[in-house]
Design a protein around this ligand. Structure first.
Ligand SMILES: *[C@@H]1O[C@H](CO)[C@@H](O)[C@H](O)[C@H]1NC(C)=O
Ligand SMILES: *[C@@H]1O[C@H](CO)[C@@H](O)[C@H](O)[C@H]1NC(C)=O
Ligand SMILES: *[C@@H]1O[C@H](CO)[C@@H](O)[C@H](O)[C@H]1NC(C)=O
Ligand SMILES: *[C@@H]1O[C@H](CO)[C@@H](O)[C@H](O)[C@H]1NC(C)=O
Ligand SMILES: *[C@@H]1O[C@H](CO)[C@@H](O)[C@H](O)[C@H]1NC(C)=O
Ligand SMILES: *[C@@H]1O[C@H](CO)[C@@H](O)[C@H](O)[C@H]1NC(C)=O
Length: 509
């Protein structure tokens, strides 16, 4: 989940269990398939049996009944399923063995100073080596994200981190070290996680490191002024919200392209792996059918996805960004455009929810900045099908987003690299209660159904990783029960939630 940072670790690992060629069976719907929706005044609550486990789901939504029928065997046999975690966000050290989804979570540095000249931490290298071996031994394919919200402080202090073009070269050196050390076994790499969030939170709003911004006063960054989740400002660490997000993103784009080129030229032939980037987006549904709102939706896609997809696929920023940001948007030289051409690689999509898009002019009298440049606001979609939790989610939005990416960006190879939801329970409830998460099973299943639909419509999606493997620390929000494994944070003992049992049954059929 994409929030802020403060991380020490340089490496993030996505673990993916690939149980190939196994037929799998999802929910065997006990009665639900035969139950006609609307029969019962209070909605249809059906008992669902999964691999011998019984739980109840509210099946009042006809779409839900359809979506829950998805099975492993509906997917291509090489489609990968897994659960993602990040080194910086998970505490503890116990590693689960066995056939279930697994991953690792140690804090470990491989380049303590952030650049090769600062020296390599051999202990870090050894650690990840044995971890990768262990995963592979257990039939798990590791996906590695090189930079997941964890800029080494040393680089921040040395030259301003992402704001300085020097970052490109240091990131290249760091990536090369990982390719050299782990590339014999790691075949799927993502360079950078959620660069739009890095740039916006770190340099426009200043709510995650390095906390730079130039906002006139304290304001509400997330939520509404009435119910504000996160306030912004005062800006204490310098910055320029009008320009720096674009500079940071520009250097990220060049760093990604440089690393993809490096891999293609020096490592791909031998290692036969692939490198890509992880982007976070929603589907943006026009709030009304007015031309203004449709254009607003288009701009939001551009400012979220096109900011990176544009340069990496077409060699330049989207037209809508050039028009609105004007000379605050850096430009690519002819030489850089050649570098960018074809440098996208794999794309990980982090998807949680979708929103409406509504036209909105920037407030008069305030300096323009990333949020205002969009000329749009987002408005929550209230989905009627929310199963026991307050998160609003819209699985169909994922299908639409995938189809949008296919059509607009030359059908790249995609992975759903994050997708999930949090528990909202009283922590003092008995453990059995805390482990019951039928709404998560429903959530994942419904998104899988939508991914499958997208595949049937020609989208090149190759895998799905739910977020997260473990309850973790979600940036700025503290402990978050977003895992399929429950973590007792007093001693880091882990317990599988019902969704783990479901996932196993789904995969093993
Ligand atoms: C099932 O969901 C519907 C729609 O959200 C709701 O109206 C109904 O009360 C729910 N039924 C139960 C038993 O929770
Ligand atoms: C589901 O199973 C429970 C326990 O076996 C039972 O009490 C309940 O009546 C069942 N509900 C439905 C809707 O079949
Ligand atoms: C970038 O960092 C170098 C040192 O590595 C420094 O000399 C240069 O002034 C920095 N450039 C900017 C724009 O901060
Ligand atoms: C941000 O940079 C722009 C362009 O250089 C400049 O016009 C503006 O005054 C700067 N804002 C602040 C708050 O420094
Ligand atoms: C990008 O590369 C392809 C060949 O891989 C070439 O046909 C195309 O002209 C290039 N586009 C640009 C903008 O350089
Ligand atoms: C962890 O703490 C819980 C109480 O919060 C306790 O029930 C459990 O036995 C502990 N587990 C271990 C392995 O110490």
């Amino acid at each position: 989940m994409a929030r802020g940072l403060i991380a020490i670790c340089l490496i993030t690992l996505l673990a993916c269990s690939s149980v190939e060629g196994r037929g799998l069976e999802l929910a065997h719907l006990n009665g639900a398939e035969h139950q006609s929706v609307g029969d019962h005044v209070h909605g249809v609550v059906a008992n669902v049996t999964v691999g011998g486990f019984n739980f109840q789901l509210n099946l009042s939504n006809p779409k839900l009944v359809e979506e829950l029928k998805i099975k492993r065997s509906d997917f291509p046999s090489d489609f990968m399923f897994g659960a993602a975690t990040s080194a910086a966000q998970s505490e503890g050290s116990a590693k689960e063995g066995g056939r279930g989804p697994s991953g690792w979570d140690h804090r470990m540095e491989t380049l303590p100073e952030g650049s090769l000249s600062g020296g390599i931490n051999q202990e870090g290298i050894d650690h990840y080596n044995s971890l990768i071996d262990e995963l592979i031994k257990n039939g798990i394919t590791p996906f590695v994200t090189i930079y997941h919200f964890d800029m080494p402080l040393a680089l921040e202090e040395k030259y301003g981190g992402l704001l300085n073009r020097s970052f490109v070269n240091d990131f290249k050196d760091y990536s090369e070290l990982l390719f050299k050390k782990f590339g014999d076994r790691v075949k799927h790499w993502f360079t950078i996680n959620e660069p739009n969030i890095l740039a916006q939170y770190g340099y426009e709003l200043g709510i995650s490191p390095p906390g730079r911004c130039s906002l006139p006063s304290t304001l509400c960054a997330l939520g509404s002024p009435v119910k504000c989740f996160e306030t912004v400002g005062p800006c204490k660490f310098g910055g320029n919200s009008s320009t720096e997000p674009y500079v940071a993103a520009h250097n990220i784009i060049l760093a990604h392209a440089t690393v993809v080129k490096l891999y293609k030229e020096k490592y791909q032939e031998q290692q036969k792996g692939e490198v890509g980037i992880v982007l976070a987006s929603q589907y943006f549904l026009p709030y009304t059918q007015s031309e203004e709102d449709k254009a607003a939706a288009g701009r939001l896609f551009d400012f979220y996805l096109g900011w990176f997809m544009g340069p990496l696929v077409f060699g330049d920023y989207p037209q809508s960004m050039k028009e609105r940001v004007k000379d605050r948007l850096p430009t690519f030289s002819a030489e850089e455009k050649v570098l960018l051409n074809g440098s996208l690689g794999l794309v990980g999509i982090n998807y949680y929810t979708s929103t409406y898009a509504k036209h909105k002019a920037p407030p008069p009298g305030e300096a323009l900045r990333y949020s205002f440049d969009q000329w749009a606001e987002t408005i929550a979609i209230q989905d009627e099908e929310i199963l026991g939790v307050t998160n609003s989610h819209w699985p169909e939005g994922l299908q639409r987003l995938l189809e949008y990416v296919k059509d607009k960006y030359q059908n790249p190879k995609l992975y759903i690299s994050e997708n999930g939801l949090s528990d909202h329970k009283d922590n003092d409830s008995p453990l059995e209660v805390l482990l019951e998460d039928p709404y998560r099973i429903s959530f994942v299943t419904r998104h899988l159904y939508r991914i499958n639909k997208a595949i049937k419509n020609g989208v090149n999606v190759k895998g799905y990783f739910c977020w997260a493997l473990f309850d973790d620390i979600e940036w700025g929000m503290g402990f978050n029960r977003v895992g399929i494994y429950f973590v007792d944070f007093s001693n880091y003992t882990r317990y599988p939630k019902l969704s783990v049992k479901w996932f196993r049954a789904f995969l093993q059929g």
